[in-house]
Design a protein around this ligand. Structure first.
Ligand code: DOR
Ligand code: ZN
Length: 343
């Protein structure tokens, strides 16, 4: 039975939602992660530091007694986000990134940016104030095949963006393709990427195993095996440009199991076990700590965590459902078991 002691992990991309849902998401994240980068795509997006400050308080109120969980807040960029707002975000001391959702690409992205050029002065301000740009890297063009939207984004938008803003720190979030891996590898040290457990663990067939499986649907959508293999190689390589970001994104079961099911996978309780399994299968357990606990903090310019955790290779059952406000949610690996647990 293998055991592995590592510095406590952080999660550099997570959707905690709001209101009653916080009593599910916050304790689940806080049971494993010291810090999470909190996505700002609430029903009313977090577009101003004052809203981020209040949201942070609501999150902190949901942290279990005695837990030192730290939410790291982000701003949601719109066409109207000014350089002044970025200066205020910096001054607030609680904002660690600003998120670019090209309008219409995903859940609650209706207020997203319509044309990147419109926020060039804002991006300039982010560069000056050292606030990283966190990118949902897909085009929103319905004419582009959904499996190609990340590659199009790289070719049509990201390549130019990186040239225009060489000093801007960019996290290419939840990458899903070998094209994205290559792009990040070949870019400067200011460009990094997060990788989710589900994009490492599954390929697109998972959505269609014997029928349509909405709980495997997320955006960017799962891709074919060659991409999965490129992601596994990148994550386990020890290259500090690639680090953890679960993209845990809960939707109530009724919203998933629907004629138009929402995108998003709830994986906070199982993410670390799945990452450990992937690294173990690749004989790369010695690289896990860098990926989960060091490289993200280094990229964001934050200290490493003080505490350690111990992972043990032991089977653990995952519940069929979890409570979620007045509703229920189906976590990743529901009704199955995972192979690693924190002891
Ligand atoms: O699958 C996803 N769910 N992808 C996103 O980009 C957003 C997220 C959500 O908020 O549900
Ligand atoms: Zn996300």
């Amino acid at each position: 039975m293998r055991e592995l002691k590592i510095i406590q992990p952080d999660d550099w991309h997570c959707h905690l939602r709001d209101g009653a849902y916080l009593s599910r998401t916050v304790p689940d994240s806080a049971a494993i992660f010291k810090r999470v980068i909190v996505m700002p795509n609430l029903t009313t997006p977090i577009t101003h530091p004052s809203a981020a400050k209040k949201y942070r308080e609501r999150i902190l109120n949901a942290v279990p007694e005695g837990n030192d969980f730290e939410p790291l807040m982000t701003l949601y960029l719109t066409d109207e986000t000014t350089p002044h707002v970025i200066a205020e975000a910096k001054a607030s001391g609680i904002i660690h990134g600003a998120k670019l959702y090209p309008q219409g690409v995903t859940t609650h992205s209706e207020a997203g940016v319509t044309k990147l050029e419109k926020i060039y002065p804002t991006l300039e301000a982010m560069s000056e104030h050292h606030i990283p740009l966190l990118i949902h890297g897909e085009v929103n063009d319905p004419a582009v095949d959904i499996f190609d939207r990340e590659k199009y984004f790289i070719d049509k938008i990201l390549t130019q963006l990186v040239k225009n803003f060489p000093s801007l720190k960019i996290v290419f979030e939840h990458i899903t393709t070998k094209d994205a891996v290559l792009f990040v590898e070949e870019s400067s040290k200011n460009v990094a990427a997060t990788i989710t457990p589900h994009h490492l663990y599954y390929q697109r067939n998972a959505m269609f195993m014997g029928g349509i499986r909405p709980h495997y649907y997320c955006l960017p959508v799962l891709k074919r095996q060659e991409h999965q293999l490129a992601l596994i190689a990148a994550a386990t390589s020890g290259n500090p440009k690639f680090f953890i970001g679960t993209d845990s994104a809960p939707h109530a079961v009724t919203r998933k199991e629907s004629s138009c099911g929402c995108a998003g996978i709830y994986n906070s309780p199982t993410a670390l076990a799945l990452y450990a399994e992937i690294f173990a299968t690749q004989n790369k357990l010695h690289k896990l700590e860098g990926f989960t606990s060091l490289y993200g903090a280094d990229f964001y310019g934050l200290a490493h965590n003080q505490k350690t955790i111990t992972l043990r290779e032991i089977s653990k059952n995952v519940p069929e459902t979890l409570s979620f406000g007045d509703e229920t949610i189906i976590p990743l690996k529901a009704g199955q078991s995972v192979k690693w647990d924190i002891i």
